[in-house]
Design a binder for this molecule. Structure first.
Ligand SMILES: Cc1ncc(COP(=O)(O)O)c(C=O)c1O
Length: 437
């Protein structure tokens, strides 16, 4: 085929014959064969308002017929993009007052790293450039963002720039805690390891720490008790900026507008994308805390310009769609709505805990991970089989090693949530039989 697919083995059956979608309605998508699927992962965690929201379509259509494109370079911009920037600052954690737009999560992360470096140069600390990122993190596929990503399959064969990155442990309590270690003790251990890493590298060389408030592509990993508090204490001690990567968690996925609010993060920079437009238009943004933004803007003024930007960053069609998405989220009372759907998802996933192959079920807002085990080992092959069985039954899950990822659209109904839970139970039973457990 002429289409080279991301994160796909090009020679596998999947690569030769990809499941090809042609239409969507509500939480469902339909392929070329006429098969309909309940997409329990909203595409890539992003189609928060389902696949047929008329208001988003209308917002895009109206903008396309008034101003279909304008950039934000060289002192020009579009009114709708400017209005979105203002609206976002109302929803963001207090003190985040500046917005820089891009088109993808990877661009937002690259912008965060570049502006971190720019900031440290502006402060007269040109040696303070390294960025701490965690094992299991996913921060994107650009050279810088993939370099920060802590998943082997994103690095192998690519020789990504690595000298800038310091790697620290992931916050996966279920996977990585010592026997008998409490969540708080595990969090404190991770914070001590981070401290030792920064001290060994030399705090004068460490600019920032990047982390997803809840890890997504690394397996739906929520922070254990006390984690962010302990980590932020270490960062503050060493004058290291916090970059919250909220590409997945922004706009309600974990139950608050931004997960930083839920977990008490005080980031210097915050990335967002995905739910920002309900995935109807590729758009991302980096939000900056006001003092950090002030230093960057002052330095850019001294240099005569901020020499960074993307042709499609802040695209007016994306901005119009994002403004409408935010309006819809406000009308649905986002935090309460997600809390209600989260309770339903929790209840639907309760029965699967009885299966001895299920080691851990994690539900955070409308993100969930069901981790499968074989004794004490991760059951990766079994998880793949479960997803195949579920697909045959008409429900799409995401496989993350031994974990089944779930992140339905926010508009998921009670009946659909129950179907997700029931299908998972049946698919796991069928997979266990087929794999001969
Ligand atoms: C936390 C996080 N950061 C960054 C990205 C990269 O976003 P994009 O694929 O839009 O470049 C992703 C994508 O899944 C993500 O989950």
């Amino acid at each position: 085929m002429s289409h080279m697919l991301p994160f796909t083995d090009p020679r596998s059956a999947e690569g030769r014959n990809p499941k090809t979608m042609v239409s969507g309605r509500g939480c469902h998508v339909t392929d070329t064969e006429g098969n309909e699927y309940l997409d329990a992962v909203a595409g890539l965690w992003c189609a928060s308002l389902g696949f047929s929201n008329e208001r988003l379509v209308e917002a895009a259509s109206k903008q396309l017929s008034t101003l279909p494109y304008y950039h934000s370079f060289l002192g020009r911009t579009a009114a709708v993009t400017d209005a979105l920037a203002r609206k976002l600052t109302e929803k963001l954690p207090v003190g985040m007052t500046k917005i820089f737009f891009g088109s993808s999560g990877s661009e937002a992360v690259d912008t965060a790293v570049k502006l971190t470096h720019f900031y440290q140069n502006a402060r007269g600390k040109p040696e303070k450039k390294r960025v701490v990122a965690r094992q299991g993190a996913y921060h994107g596929s650009g050279a810088l963002s993939a370099g920060l990503t802590g998943l082997d399959y994103c690095h192998i064969g690519f020789d990504l720039p690595g000298a800038m990155v310091l790697r620290t442990g992931r916050p996966h309590y279920f996977g990585d805690a010592e026997p008998g270690e409490s969540e708080t003790a595990f969090s404190r251990r991770r914070a001590r390891e981070l401290d030792a890493l920064i001290v060994e590298a030399g705090p004068e060389s460490v600019a920032a720490f990047i982390g997803e408030p809840v890890m997504g592509s690394g397996g739906v990993v929520p922070p254990p008790d006390g984690y962010w508090e302990a980590v932020q204490e270490v960062l503050a001690r060493h004058d290291v900026l916090l970059i919250a990567d909220e590409v997945i968690t922004g706009f309600g996925r974990t139950g608050s507008w931004f997960a930083s609010q839920r977990y008490g993060l005080r980031p210097a920079m915050l990335t967002m994308a995905k739910q920002m437009t309900g995935a109807y238009f590729p758009m991302s943004a980096l939000a900056l805390e006001s003092n950090v933004a002030e230093v960057i803007e002052k330095h850019a003024h001294e240099l005569g310009t901020l020499g960074h930007g993307f042709t499609y960053g802040g695209h007016p069609v994306g901005a119009a769609v994002a403004l409408e998405a935010v309006r819809i989220y406000e009308e649905m009372d986002l935090p309460n709505h997600v809390a209600d759907r989260s309770n339903a998802l929790n209840a639907a996933l309760a029965p699967i805990k009885a299966n001895p192959r299920v080691g851990n079920v994690r539900v955070i807002g409308l993100m969930a991970g069901v981790e499968l085990v074989d004794g004490r080992d991760p059951a990766t092959k079994l998880a793949r089989r479960v997803a195949d069985e579920a697909e045959r039954r008409g429900v799409l899950f995401r496989v993350i090693g031994p974990i089944l990822g779930i992140s339905p659209p926010y508009v998921v109904s009670d009946a659909e949530v129950e179907l997700i839970g029931r299908t998972l139970v049946e698919s796991l039973d069928a997979a266990v039989r087929a794999e001969g457990y």
